[in-house]
Design a binder for this molecule. Sequence first.
Ligand code: IPM
Ligand code: MG
Length: 369
Amino acid sequence: MTQYTIALLEGDGIGPEIAREAVKVFKLVEERNDVAFDLRPAPFGAQAYFDCGHPFPDETKAICDAADAIIKGPIGLSHEESKKIPVDMQPERGALLPLRRRYNTFANFRPVSLPRALAHFSPLKPEIIGDGIDLVMVRELVGGLYFGEKEVGVNEAGLRYVKEVLEYDEEQIRRVLHEALQLSMRRKKVLHNIHKSNVLKSSVLWNEVLEEVAQEYPEVEIRHILVDAAATLLCLNPGQFDVMVMENMFGDILSDQGGGILGSLGLMPSACKGPDKSYYEPSHGSAPDIAGQNIANPYSMIGSVAMMLEDSFGMAQESKNVWAAMQSVFGAGFSTPDLSKPGSGVKMINTDEFGDRVVEALAGMPKAG
Ligand code: IPM
Ligand code: MG
């Protein structure tokens, strides 16, 4: 039996309730496979600050260091609650970015997937959705503006100013491009390179490095698109994209648009890959307005489990089964109140019932050899 240790960071807001459903999936996967998961819960986020004095406490760091992989719920509180936390201790700056830096999770994979069973969630017209949307955004996650030097002050003219540095070296660019090109090789062998080289020197270097790296993948067709144009094309013709690669800030913005064309950020799980360890997280926030009401869909959290099974533990077939189980619940006409309005023709169920139905569907699937 293979044994894996998993750090479980439930996070804030709806985090704990969607994490509970993810745990149900881990438990069933254990039962169905020759594998054991040692789940180690640890505090992380705004609540961790209030309970432990730090949003990424030392005990959590130790648990994450010892884990084979990390699953993390959304973090953050309402605007009002956040104001009670000193700026540098707020969970984005005080926990999430340090987590990314600690494990050097340079490649962030954000699937934007709209199979037929989910098509009714999308705001796009059926003729634009066509056979469905199935693309992956690969976002550089530990460089660029997010991690560059920052300076604030008053300039010689007496005006408050700010300076934030967008910095990449060629190795940081190269390693994420390799990831995107390798993913393209496993998919349709088309890579959309998202850049802004008409203005930014960082994109000029990015594109130069891509030209070099792409020579190692002669089968992959590279298509270059400016980031602003890509935003438009994601709405007008998402079916043309398969793998898209981009720097950190572009990826933050475009991946939220990915959630928009699906109909909800609640449909966006993700994987953040580092050289030694990966962590997995929903791409959305902690939705404090609906927290504790048992109405948030756990898709992004369970999808993150599916990504972990495949990427960290090599359980590709069981991962596919988890995706299929979730789709079968939507396909049977069920939805949760955060995704669908009453009267929209869906059979409304709660967070825990959605999880139960996913588990039931998974239990009915053939086990992987
Ligand atoms: C994301 C989020 C984070 C980011 C925030 C919470 C710091 O928006 O993962 O996309 O900007 O990277
Ligand atoms: Mg974001």
